[in-house]
Design a protein around this ligand. Structure first.
Ligand code: M6R
Length: 504
């Protein structure tokens, strides 16, 4: 396209492919003979030539009072104001101006002026569209006295989880989800469930797998979306694919969802953003209702996803009658106790702040655990590396001696997560091996550990192992936060990262 435009007299000033777009629009604009909707028709002609994903806003001195927007697989929202309209890639960006949003479909065009928004399909046939009211409070997207969004969002976890639970889960009542029409007959046809997501959302999926397999006896695979979309997965009518995405706009997750639909699998989206792309593509959607998450490092979205997956597992188990109902009631009681238990963990933050002061200069850290604790270790390690830039890995504790232990020496900190009484003695013995090689050890546990020689121990309340990640992850989130602060880094906007990864 560049070559074509250069041959036609256009000059380029950068290497970005974006620069092609205005030139291409100008090219078609000058070719248009009809005056009616000339600007829009030129944009449409240019868009017709584009491949890939994009969200485009076109403004021109030739049509100074209007803009044309169009999207394909990338987020774009239009905010409706009074005698003013807005566009943004994300709802929180314009939440202080309006709560009424138009959600644009792929290849749908909007022509926006101060007074109105007109919509056109890909053939430029005009149609009407109604707004969606977003209930988020504008102050929810502000720091409200906290030094950083991440710290605020860590502290919002008790209320975020209450919102996620909502009226879905109550003691001695059947769990229910509004708008989720999955039946027991359908669940009985399933040969497996695939959970697909990226990063932290994928880590939440790993915890969800434990819950669904234990309560429903349905095999669950957890897949990284960028792998799933290219591995020709064995899925079809007998597979339910669950997609987890805070933003609902992650390009790989969205593409993996479209693939499952093509292969005949039913799709269920778990998202925090109402009307986001994955929710519009999926057969079923359930929302985490955690409120806007602004910090790049995901915290409250993770805990809300873990809770929602547990509630979903209980819902499926009740439909299938696959788990002892008295034990389900105990699990429900544990889930309902979590908000106050999270408050208790948050009260211990000074201890974690002090530990962070002692270890923030380190270069390598390892996180270990077994079972669900291993999945939390993965999340703790990701949190640390993304905001503190300290190299960190998570290992299933039993894997250490198959190679990684060669890296353990003086000056390395190993973080152990121990919440499962059956697996705790095993992980303790792995930790003793690193202690004897000179590593410092930091333990997050709900067990009474006697006669151990660990350097730091953070105690958390006891709770059912399926939801223990909700409590054990919080010290790890705070540890990453305080280490990053000690290093003087920008906690909310770590280098090289974006909140929504809308490209492959
Ligand atoms: O919006 P999503 O949940 O789809 O985002 C997925 C990942 O990009 C995200 O969880 C990422 O790993 C976080 N920055 C981690 O804190």
């Amino acid at each position: 396209m560049r070559e074509f435009l250069i041959k036609n007299g256009y000059h380029f000033f950068s290497q970005t492919d974006t620069e092609v777009i205005p030139n291409l629009i100008h090219y078609y604009y000058t070719k248009e003979t009809l005056e009616d909707n000339k600007f829009l028709r030129a944009v449409q002609a240019a868009v017709h030539d584009l491949k890939g994903s994009y969200a485009i806003e076109v403004i021109s001195s030739l049509c100074p009072d209007k803009m044309v927007v169009v999207r394909k697989d990338s987020p774009l929202v239009i905010g409706k104001g009074s005698n003013e309209n807005f566009i943004a890639s994300d709802i929180p960006a314009i939440l202080s101006y309006t709560k009424d949003f138009y959600l644009l479909d792929d290849y749908e065009y909007a022509v926006i002026t101060k007074e109105q928004v007109q919509f056109f399909d890909s053939t430029l046939k005009e149609h009407q569209k109604s707004t969606k009211n977003i209930e988020w409070d504008a102050t929810a997207a502000e720091k409200n006295g906290y030094a950083d969004y991440m710290l605020k969002e860590i502290h919002e976890q008790p209320t975020a989880i209450l919102e996620t639970i909502g009226s879905r889960l109550k003691l001695e009542e059947k769990t229910h989800f509004e708008d989720l029409t999955i039946t027991s007959a359908y669940l009985q046809t399933l040969s497996k469930i695939c959970i697909v997501a990226c990063g932290t959302a994928m880590h939440a999926g790993l915890v969800g797998k434990d819950a669904i397999e234990k309560l429903c006896q349905i095999p669950v695979e957890v897949n990284i979306a960028s792998e799933f979309r290219y591995c020709n997965p064995i899925i079809g009518e007998k597979t339910l694919c669950i997609y987890i995405s805070q933003s609902g706009e992650t390009a790989d997750t969205l593409a993996a969802l479209k693939l499952a639909k093509e292969k005949g699998a039913k799709t269920l989206a778990i998202s925090n953003v109402v009307g986001s792309s994955i929710t519009r593509e999926a057969d079923y959607t359930i929302y985490t209702h955690a409120g806007p998450e602004i910090a790049v490092a995901s915290t409250k979205a993770y805990t809300s996803q873990v809770i929602l997956l547990n509630i979903l597992a209980i819902y499926f188990a009740e439909l299938l009658g696959s788990y002892d109902s008295a034990k389900l009631e105990e699990l429900k009681a544990d889930i309902l106790s979590l908000p106050s238990k999270i408050e208790n963990v948050l009260h211990e933050k000074t201890q974690i702040e002090e530990i962070a002061k002692k270890i923030y200069t380190e270069h390598d850290m390892y996180f270990i655990g077994r079972g669900t604790d291993y999945h939390v270790a993965m999340e703790g390690s990701l949190k640390l590396k993304e905001i503190s830039y300290i190299h960190s890995e998570a290992y299933a504790a039993g894997e250490l001696k198959h190679g990684t232990i060669a890296l353990i020496e003086n000056g390395i900190t190993v973080v152990g997560v121990l919440t499962n009484p059956v697996l705790t003695p095993k992980t303790i013995s792995n930790l003793q091996e690193v202690v004897s090689r000179g590593a410092k050890t930091l333990i997050v546990t709900n067990q009474n550990l006697r006669n151990t020689n660990f350097d730091f121990t953070i105690s958390i309340p006891k709770v059912n192992n399926l939801v223990s990640p909700i409590l054990s992850v919080i010290p790890l989130q705070l540890l990453a936060y305080y280490i990053s602060k000690n290093k003087g880094l920008d906690v909310d906007k770590p280098r090289n990262l974006a909140k929504s990864v809308t490209v492959e």
